[in-house]
Design a protein. Structure first.
Length: 307
């Protein structure tokens, strides 16, 4: 059998969209992939750390707008604005709280990898994600208390984040130190592992979602629309309000819109009501479907820029 031409093999953003749809269409496959989620998150973070130039990360850290202002916008300003908007729209307290908690989560662990897939700067999302995770044990419990009177353990949240980032950074440091020359020749392999991990993660996020949708189609439809509206609004705000070229503004939009909702979800535990859980699940759809639309936008702008 002849191999498929490269042009017929789906690219990263398309694979992410297919992963979500595959997980939704095949619940058994999503259930099978679900236990692999912690491993895939580790591989996504590790692969991103290995493929991003450390000098670019250092340069981003030295810019106050990226190391101080943007994490504050992500972790404080966005949840507060979304909370105000939820009350203005007369959302029920339960759903308004779910929306706020979803936006209070730090950026998705795969945002840097998705940015690289789209040809954008992966260093900025990585820096902002790590710094936002440092803020999360303080901001998330406070926001949960202010908007819903919920209690989230700051210590437990901090330990989860430290384990995720610390283990990946430790392995990346050892690989760069002892196998830097080998790593230089394996860039495409590392990228392939990251894409595969993202695909498996996308499938796994759909575990149980089909049954939840079937149990309450009306609520699921509402929450899907709300999740897409919130994600698109945050991405558009980041792209429109912050300075920079198109690539830089799209990168900021990804950071603001795509959140590690599963982290807050797991921290809530039994405190998350079924309807809140359904909204949290709905937030996964725009995270994995919108990059394909962003890729199309970038392609069109590139075509327009050609003489």
């Amino acid at each position: 059998m002849r191999p498929l031409p490269l042009r017929l093999i789906p690219r990263g953003p398309t694979l992410l969209a297919l992963g979500v749809l595959l997980g939704l269409a095949c619940p058994a496959l999503a259930d099978l992939a679900r236990p692999l989620m912690p491993t895939t998150i580790f591989l996504i973070v590790l692969g991103t750390l290995l493929r991003i130039d450390s000098q670019a990360v250092i340069a981003a850290l030295r810019r106050p707008s990226l190391s101080l202002l943007l994490p504050a916008i992500v972790m404080v300003a966005c949840p507060l604005l979304v909370g105000v908007a939820g009350r203005a729209l007369n959302l029920s307290p339960e759903i308004a709280l779910a929306v706020v908690l979803a936006v209070s989560a730090p950026p998705s662990s795969g945002t840097a990898a998705v940015a690289r897939m789209l040809g954008l700067d992966g260093a900025v999302p990585l820096v902002v994600t790590v710094l936002s995770m440092v803020l999360a044990p303080v901001t998330v419990p406070l926001l949960a208390g202010w908007f819903g009177g919920l209690e989230i353990s700051a210590i437990e949240l901090a330990l989860r984040l430290a384990l995720l980032i610390g283990s990946a950074e430790g392995v990346a440091f050892l690989v760069r130190r002892h196998a830097a020359s080998m790593l230089a020749g394996l860039g495409e392999v590392v990228d392939g592992i990251v894409v595969t991990a993202l695909l498996v993660f996308a499938v796994a996020t759909m575990a149980g979602i089909r049954a939840q949708i079937a149990a309450d189609v009306q609520a699921a439809t509402l929450f899907l629309g709300l999740a897409f509206a919130c994600n698109i609004a945050l991405q558009a705000a980041g792209a429109a309000l912050l300075p920079g070229n198109l690539g830089q503004r799209l990168t900021v939009g990804l950071i603001l819109g795509n959140r590690n909702v599963g982290l807050v979800w797991s921290a809530l535990g039994a405190a998350a009501s079924p309807r809140m859980a359904l909204y949290f699940a709905a937030t996964q759809f725009p995270i994995y479907l919108l990059p394909r639309l962003i890729e199309t936008l970038i392609s069109r702008k590139s075509e327009e820029a050609k003489p």
